[in-house]
Design a binder for this molecule. Structure first.
Ligand code: CA
Ligand code: CA
Length: 395
């Protein structure tokens, strides 16, 4: 459903690019009118979002509307929403558990993933790992997970996300988003972390932050992430403790996907590992099992742009040539609800889109100088004016 929405926006934007001249009038009149009549000011006929029917919290303050949820109110895991991973592969981290279906239960409104000490197919521990790959993927939005963490030395619980299609290559090139990791030997600490091609755990350059928290193992708490173009924010019970933003000005020497590959569909993963490169650093205490992560709900929200967005984006400015070959960047454009993407023009002709404020030119004529311009496009398809031109010589 999300894909269809994005496709519609893309198609509509192209139509607008091709010469509709009425859009600026619509947006300029709406920006000066009262905010109570937003619905009539939406360009392209984009409709308000319909809240996901089975979510017990259909909206959040700020215009967030539920688009997917699992409240775990059934008698078993909903196989239309989740895949159960069954393997003893070690999760890429030398974890020592075997993941089984039998370690996953749903009752009394809770998902329970239990790590057990039991011999199974050559492993001494079993546990569970589930994901939404292909069942629910999304790009941008807000995810809120209410969970109680397992305890004990050797456990490693995680609420995290991975890319569906690996648009920039396999791990870590297409990124990893760890909304919360909880390592049993270091109790009462939540970690939020991102991995990318340039910043990842293999290099020791991953980016993240931790927060000391109380009662993580004895009470339910909210683990949350807000995901926008070029920006990720991580929260514990509403308190932000990590933010990761893309800066074209700081990261001039690499394509943006090496530091911010988070402009593609991701899916959700919940698991409890035993041992492994992080959870097992201080060994595994065999006497703490069974121990479980419990999840009250997983909810995903999207901003209701059709209702909220009333203003066209600011015109991009300060186009400059980057130190990266044949690449330009510019200042991010402000917008009332955020810029979805930028359209790049060469000598007045549309050339391509970029999800962030950097673009690398390909297949132009070497040594020829071009006039380059950029416009910003928001999530309802409103477009800024074209920027002042930058004279750019292709190398
Ligand atoms: Ca529940
Ligand atoms: Ca806007």
């Amino acid at each position: 459903m999300k894909r269809i929405n994005l496709l519609m926006i893309l198609m509509i934007s192209l139509v607008a690019c091709d010469g509709s001249s009425s859009e600026p009038n619509i947006s300029s009149s709406s920006s000066s009118s009262s905010s109570s009549s937003e619905a009539t000011s939406v360009p392209n006929g984009l409709q308000p979002l319909v809240p996901y029917a089975d979510c017990l919290e259909p909206s959040l303050e700020g215009g967030w509307v539920a688009q997917w949820a699992d409240e775990f109110n059934g008698a078993a895991l909903d196989s239309t929403k989740w895949n159960v991973e069954v393997n003893g592969d070690g999760g890429g981290n030398n974890e020592i558990q075997y993941y089984r279906n039998e370690n996953i239960g749903v009752s009394d409104g809770l998902l329970t993933i239990t790590a057990k000490k039991e011999s199974y197919l050559g492993k001494e521990y079993t546990s569970g790992r589930i994901n939404t790959k292909y069942r629910y993927n999304f790009l941008y939005g807000r995810i809120k997970v209410r969970a109680k963490m397992p305890g004990g030395r050797g456990t490693w619980a995680a609420i995290w996300m991975m890319p569906v299609f690996n648009a920039y290559g396999t791990w870590p090139k297409s990124g990893e988003i760890d909304i919360s990791e909880y390592v049993g030997y270091n109790p009462d600490t939540t970690y939020a972390t991102i991995h990318t091609e340039l910043f990842n755990g293999t290099l020791g350059t991953q980016r993240g932050s931790s927060l000391a928290v109380e009662t993580a193992e004895t009470a339910f708490h909210d683990y949350e992430m807000i995901w926008e173009p070029g920006n990720l924010k991580f929260y514990f019970d509403g308190q932000k403790y990590f933010e990761y933003g893309y800066s074209a000005q700081i990261n001039q020497t690499v394509p943006y996907n090496q530091v911010f590959p988070f402009d593609q569909d991701f899916f959700i993963i919940l698991n409890v590992a035993v041992g492994g490169n992080w959870g097992g650093v201080q060994g595994v205490d065999p006497d703490i099992f069974p121990t479980a992560m419990q999840v009250d709900y997983v909810r995903v929200y999207r901003l209701d742009y059709a209702v909220l967005d009333t203003v066209q984006p600011q015109t991009p400015n300060t186009l400059v040539a980057s130190t990266l070959k044949n690449t330009i960047h510019w200042n991010k454009s402000a917008d009332d609800c955020g810029v979805q993407k930028y359209a790049i023009y060469v000598d007045g002709a549309y050339r391509g889109y970029s999800n962030l404020n950097q673009y690398t030119f390909k297949s132009l004529t070497v040594s020829q100088t071009y006039s380059v311009q950029v416009k910003a496009i928001d999530f309802v398809g409103r477009e800024s004016e074209l920027s002042e031109p930058l004279l750019f010589t292709f190398a």
